[in-house]
Design a protein around this ligand. Structure first.
Ligand code: HEM
Length: 146
């Protein structure tokens, strides 16, 4: 056992709790964008979607991604996984997910300016990205195939 001792399972539990919050928010936000984009320009419903997106970002999405990283890095230091194949691939995937998070925030700001950069169909397709990353990450952390 590494330096966490008996706190290891608590840190693991916190990591997984915030992983669930993060992934839920990453799944929800592009859905919000689809409904937001479908509103009539200038309608009061647009302000309500902007408000929902702001709340999802500031209450769930941003705090969760920070806490997932913090607890994840503590677990990695505890286990000394830095050079393990599964961990390096997981790290590459979570860096990709963090870039996706950055894209979500950028799209949210563009939408607020009235820019509809992607069609609803493309937004729905992009929604598959966090799902596919989750499948790969969960297999990596549990099976540790390499
Ligand atoms: C953001 C950077 C992240 C780092 C540095 C990180 C690191 C880690 C480490 C070191 C462990 C412990 C593995 C063990 O003790 O065997 C772990 C567990 C876990 N991670 Fe992450 N993680 C991160 C993000 C994520 C994300 C985004 C997901 C899901 C999409 C995820 C899902 C999990 C799960 C399900 C476990 C539990 C595995 C178990 O019960 O042993 N992690 N993570």
């Amino acid at each position: 056992m590494g330096f966490l001792g008996g706190a290891y399972l608590w840190v693991l539990a916190l990591h997984v709790i915030f992983v669930i919050f993060l992934m839920a928010a990453l799944f929800m936000m592009p859905r919000f964008f689809v409904y937001h984009q479908e509103c009539e320009p200038g309608s009061p419903e647009i302000d309500r979607w902007i408000d929902r997106e702001n709340k999802l970002r500031s209450i769930i999405l941003n705090p969760s991604i920070v806490l997932v990283w913090v607890f994840g890095m503590v677990l990695a230091a505890h286990g000394g996984f830095w050079l393990d194949g599964w961990f390096l691939v997981k790290l590459a995937l979570v860096i990709g997910l963090s870039a996706y998070h950055g894209w979500v925030i950028g799209y949210m700001k563009a939408l607020r300016r009235g820019e509809h950069r992607l069609s609803g169909k493309k937004l729905r397709l992009l929604n598959e990205v966090p799902g596919l990353a989750t499948i790969a990450i969960v297999i990596l952390v549990f099976v540790k195939p390499f």
